[in-house]
Design a protein. Structure first.
Length: 251
């Protein structure tokens, strides 16, 4: 749903990037003899900023190019021709293009930072939810189901299951506690090659094995280090809950 909304918003920004500078220059054209070109250039840069604020590079660059092109066509002599005779108009056109692209890059950076902050907030919410479930004394099966569900969404898995007291069975890849993935004794490049089809995430407490999460990944699953470390934190929460439940189950 969020992906669809983002694609729709980016598509609308692309349309605005093409149309808005054209519409603005068409409105200014009848009055071009009554104000300096630099004022029109500032108005066009503002239009580019409006489009670029979305943070989608394609839309921002299109807006900058569109602004420069229509400034040349409508607002520089000879009017309504794609040619410029005055050096100052050439400089202004180039400035519109350069400033528009620069503003776009700043907006793209800001969008990335916002998305990264949103992801981190989601990761922390997942860890806090698991901690609260442990503190509330949820049953181990319920907590395991919740953590499995969070791992599926966090790592974009096909499925996740938990096996008690098992490690290494079937020789799957392993997500180590430092966030790296190993296949046998070799380090696996997860960012480049993706998460192996089957990967185990051990659940331990104080060096005592409680079990493992068996992660089934799709071919395009490439979780970043940050995501893998969050998965390990969730496994640690599960281990603490399982260790705490042992005395109660034997009392």
């Amino acid at each position: 749903m969020l992906g669809w909304r983002s694609a729709w918003r980016d598509g609308l920004a692309v349309l605005a990037g093409v149309v808005l500078p054209l519409a603005l220059t068409a409105v200014l054209a009848p009055f071009r003899a009554h104000f300096p070109n630099t004022d029109a250039a500032l108005a066009l840069i503002l239009a580019v900023v409006v489009v670029a604020a979305n943070g989608y590079r394609v839309a921002g660059v299109l807006a900058a190019v569109s602004a420069a092109v229509w400034f040349d066509f409508f607002l520089t002599r000879p009017y309504e021709h794609f040619s410029i005779t005055r050096s100052t108009d050439i400089e202004t056109t180039i400035l519109i293009l350069v400033i528009g692209i620069a503003v776009t890059e700043v907006a793209v950076w800001g969008r990335r930072q916002h998305l990264a902050a949103t992801r981190r907030a989601g990761y922390l919410a997942g860890i806090n939810a698991a901690a609260e479930a442990v503190a509330a004394g949820h049953s181990p099966p319920a907590l395991i189901d919740e953590v499995c569900d969070r791992l599926i969404h966090l790592l974009s898995l096909r499925s996740c299951s938990f096996e008690y007291g098992v490690a290494g069975l079937g020789k799957p890849a392993r997500l180590q506690h430092n966030g790296h993935v190993t296949v046998g004794s070799k380090m696996h490049d997860t960012e480049r090659d993706g998460l192996p089809t089957e990967t185990e995430l051990l659940v331990e407490t104080g060096g005592i094995l409680q079990g493992r999460f068996l992660l089934q990944a799709s071919p395009r699953t490439r979780p970043a280090m940050e995501q893998r470390l969050v998965a390990i934190a969730l496994a640690d929460q599960t281990g603490a809950a399982l260790a705490a439940s042992i005395p109660a189950s034997h009392s």
